[in-house]
Design a protein around this ligand. Sequence first.
Ligand code: C2E
Ligand code: MG
Ligand code: MG
Length: 699
Amino acid sequence: MSAVEGPQSPVAASAHALSLELLLQNLPGVVYRCLVDADWTMEFISAGVEKLTGYPPSAFLARPGVNFATLIHPDDRAAAERGVALALQQGRSFQLTYRIRCADGSLKWVYEHGAAPPEGGGRIIEGFIFDYTQLRNANMLVYEQASFLQQARDAIIAMEMNSRITYWNSGAERLYGWSASEARGKKFCELLCENLPAYHAAYETTLTNGEWSGELSHLRRDGVCIETDTRWTLMAADRESGAPQKILVISTDISERKHNEAKIFHLAFFDPLTDLPNRASLLDHLRRALLGSARTRKCGALMFCDLDNFKYLNDSQGHAAGDMLLQAVARRMEHCVREADMVARLGGDEFVILIQPVEDTREGAASQAETVAAKVVAAMAAPFQLAEMMYSVSVSVGVTTMCGTVDTVESTLRQADAAMYQAKACGRNTYRFHDPAVQAAWSARAELENGLRRALRDEEFVLHYQPQLDRSSRVIGAEALLRWRLPNGKLLYPSEFIQALEESGLIIDIGRWVLRTACAELARWQRWPDTAGLTLSVNVSASQFTEPDFVPMLQQIFEETGVQPSSLKLELTESLVVSDFTHTAHTMATLKQRGISFSLDDFGTGYSSLAYLRKLPLDQLKIDHSFMRDVLTDQNDASIVRSIIALGDSLGLQVIAEGVETPGQRQFLSDAGCFIYQGFLYQHALSAEHFTQYARMVH
Ligand code: C2E
Ligand code: MG
Ligand code: MG
């Protein structure tokens, strides 16, 4: 419209009408004016109606003509009429969408926006109708897709790159318990993630690869942790819609699957009766243990445990009693092994224990297995309470050691089984080793321990006394040395039994006997002028010295024997001093107050530390006889001996040499400044009687 031609000018008015007509004609839609009557009688309808419906405008304006209302799909007609009536009643405009049937029979969706203009007095409606089919179809597609997302079983979530949730479907509502309105705007990582490092890892991967998938545990609203199978996809920013870059997260709840998997795993690898690993599981673990052993060269062990006379219980008391016993046995067996080891049930009354390969040698593994086997046999000793009944059962155990470089699953199982039959053959309620050498060693050891117990009971131990002399070859004291006189008269030396005493713990009882016997002998010496000034050295093992009641025990011996403790010297070894310095130093100090003196035995063979030496209330260093043997020919030994003597001097400690066998050795020692000697050059250890005779003689 030009600025100089106003609407009042007739030329301008006709030009205006013309352009309006043109506008109406070209309008991609229909403008109308109709009466509010039953037929919606048209007063005006624009040319676009022909394009929309296939009927020319004249068809609607003719009387009678086409009634627009009749074109409305019967299903939509009532709603459309209701919509118009309500709007008119409320004096506002109306918006409708409905279908029309066109002249060619096709259906179209239309959108109509109309109102009753105020000047029409409520009798006229004007409005605009346009073809909405395409838009509606597109809308429907979007709507349908959105409803797919909504109805999906999976939880579908969109989050911005800062973890803020922007979309949350019904699946997410169901899975996590938060409604969409509660979840939107919250941070994904704060709302759901129990394991933040896993979240960050997924995030990083999504950033670099565009996607990530895997299993994540998520927290539900009620705090329960659920397992999900999750896929993250990076969605690029959409320039058109202005949507920023986001991550789409689709999660499926796999808690039930996980639970079922665990159940299936349990069924496949555990015995339902005892809940112990079953045969399949044992074979798997054994195979792995052997593979590991082949790699690490460490040794382990396998033990077959078979209940003795189990069939009798089953036959006499029924299977329920048998089942109860098996369950109780399983629990006791589990208590006999370390956490890494495994108790499995093969079936029936057969159990297997796998001792993991962690030992350097077969002997080490055998020793471990022996401890466990002894525990298993002992664990069955107490009767089992089966409902109302008490029942006793024993077990036969077959043990074999294994090393992956030599043994296989089959050979290991076969050997343990064979050893178990040997245990049965040996009267049941015991264990046997498959390896003949190991078995022989253990039998000998068991025999030795039994013998030592008997020796203590039957007083087969004796003390012999080896003289200690000064530079003028005068006896100044003795060392008490333990001997075992067998019933057949044979005399055994400590090297044959002292280790067994230590390892079996018998050393405590025997050490007490040694101290009592030695003190009684010393008390006797003290009663005779010829021997009254002699000192007596007694060897005390580390385990005995650290016993909590060592001091009171000694005190009691002093009282019983009436000995003067000032002539008693205790020989301690370096290992004791090193292993528990504080406690040792304290006990030494207490005993020192009673007048007892201390000698450090086997000096130079252990972890000698000057710091320890200085801090302990020692009186004497004892040069070990291993240095004496070659002192005249070996420069190293000679230097060590000289250093020990010099060290003793500088610390103000007396130095005694043991193992002095030749005059040459003695000369060497005196040249180096050591003037107290013990050794075969003078005497072997003598019986108490012979010692006193000897002492009087060289007095
Ligand atoms: P030890 O305390 O170092 O005892 C010295 C060992 O050297 C003794 O061996 C002794 O007989 C031996 N011996 C003495 N003179 C010579 C010699 O000139 N040449 C050689 N080659 N050896 C000599 P034994 O009696 O066989 O005792 C060995 C070890 O047993 C002792 O070493 C000591 O550690 C331990 N032992 C002995 N009696 C007892 C005891 O009553 N209690 C404890 N806990 N251990 C003891
Ligand atoms: Mg000694
Ligand atoms: Mg010694």
